[in-house]
Design a protein around this ligand. Structure first.
Ligand code: ACO
Length: 376
């Protein structure tokens, strides 16, 4: 028997597969999608353009981009049966649970004549287009907002804001959300993408892979962290209390959400960009409170623990200022990362190899079997 190699807890530093989609340089703090630096994409592209890039491996021409934008608008509509099912789910549920359940149910409710090939770019586009509609359908009911209308003139970012808030974003807000979606669209083999690829590697379908990914993103050590950052700010209240609250948490070995990263050993480049957007949106809304609190939290965590912010530190402050409820932060993240999940799933189908690692067995062996009547 071949002895397994040393255990890499949490698969840390394990190179599991080859991918052309995303590169993270954790030492230099760089993030690259298909060869393009995230700073260029955040400054110059749109979510639709980035989704095209991730799915097709190249930037679109103007015609290709307008064709994709039109497709995504067409694919937003929920099947009637699914809309009814979403209406029957408890309004007290967490929207990530709604999303997971609805994506799973969508696979059963797609009318067969329009159902995209499950392992095709069409399926990736359908899943990306539909997430804001699922969230809007659920959230509008619990918030007493009017039902969703078709808004074909709105981009993915604009429609997401409209679906959740029943208002159109200002130009600045629309750009802030678009940038946040670009920044969240992919991140190499993060836990949820890995979960999606594991599911796809068994030759399971795209809907199942995205369902796995949503369940994985939900956890507070992954996508759920931005929601907890806002809880921390609520607990802190004012800048003069940051020092006391943060040091207290660190002395009790509690984690400060929005800090630290498995791959980045320096500042997450997405945090750098979102910090600036948090300031801009704060300025536009006449409230730099979150921004100033977060700057102070950063100062204390870096000094006391040597940890840098990750993407989740500033995103919540941008969403909060727009009026997005805290429990919808991770679903907003999912409405972007779905582009990356599906790109990875398509890559997995292409380079298929069942993902099945091995464990170092540390249990007993050769125990004598005791009949049930003799056990105590
Ligand atoms: N607050 C306090 N201490 C921390 C934090 C944190 N946010 N992050 C890491 N540490 C400490 C750990 O306690 C540990 O200290 P120790 O060696 O004294 O025990 C040390 O730093 C190393 O931590 P690990 O958990 O081994 O690092 P890992 O690579 O597994 O963790 C993770 C990465 C899970 C992101 C971690 O930094 C964390 O829990 N951060 C808070 C949650 C968060 O912000 N998640 C979002 C990540 S980005 C994303 O998923 C979109």
């Amino acid at each position: 028997m071949v002895e397994p190699a040393e255990v890499q807890h949490g698969l840390e530093d394990v190179v599991a597969l080859e991918s052309r989609i995303c590169f993270i340089d954790g030492k230099q703090g760089r993030l690259i999608y298909e060869g393009y630096d995230i700073r260029d994409l955040a400054a110059r592209s749109t979510f639709e353009e980035v989704a095209y890039l991730l799915w097709y491996g190249r930037l679109p021409t103007a015609t290709q981009l307008s064709e994709l934008t039109r497709r995504l608008v067409e694919l937003r509509r929920l099947p009637d049966a699914l809309a009814t099912e979403i209406d029957e789910l408890p309004v007290t549920a967490h929207p990530m649970d709604i999303l997971r359940t609805a994506v799973s149910a969508l696979a059963l409710r797609e009318p067969s004549e329009t159902k995209p090939g499950e392992s095709s770019i069409g399926g990736a586009q359908r899943l990306t287009a539909v997430l804001p509609s699922i969230l809007g359908r659920f959230h509008r009911r619990r918030a007493g907002l009017p039902p969703l209308r078709d808004r074909p003139e709105l981009s993915h970012a604009g429609y997401l804001v409209y679906a959740l808030l029943d208002r159109d974003p200002t130009e600045l807000e629309a750009r802030a959300i678009d940038v946040a979606l670009i920044l969240h669209a992919d991140h190499e083999l993060n836990a949820s993408t890995f979960a999606a690829r594991v599911t796809a590697s068994t030759l399971s379908d795209l809907y199942s892979a995205v369902t796995s990914a949503i369940g994985t993103l939900k956890g507070p050590l992954h996508g759920g962290a931005n929601e907890r950052v806002m809880e921390l700010l609520d607990e802190i209240g004012t800048v003069d209390r940051v020092e006391e609250v943060v040091k207290g948490k660190l002395s009790r070995h509690e984690r400060i959400m929005g800090f630290g990263h498995r791959v980045y050993k320096v500042e997450d480049p997405r945090a750098t960009i979102l910090r600036e957007w948090s300031r801009r949106i704060g300025d536009a809304h006449g409230s730099l409170r979150y921004y100033e609190l977060l700057r102070k939290v950063e100062e204390v965590v870096l000094r006391e623990k040597g940890l840098y912010p990750n993407v989740d530190l500033y995103s919540g402050s941008v969403y909060s200022l727009l009026g997005i409820p805290h429990d919808l932060f991770t679903p907003v993240f999912a409405s972007s990362r779905v582009a990356g999940w599906t790109a990875h799933v398509l890559e997995e189908y292409h380079d298929l190899r069942l993902i099945r690692p091995t464990a170092k067995y540390v249990g007993a062996i050769d125990l004598p079997y005791v009949p049930i009547a003799q056990r105590h």
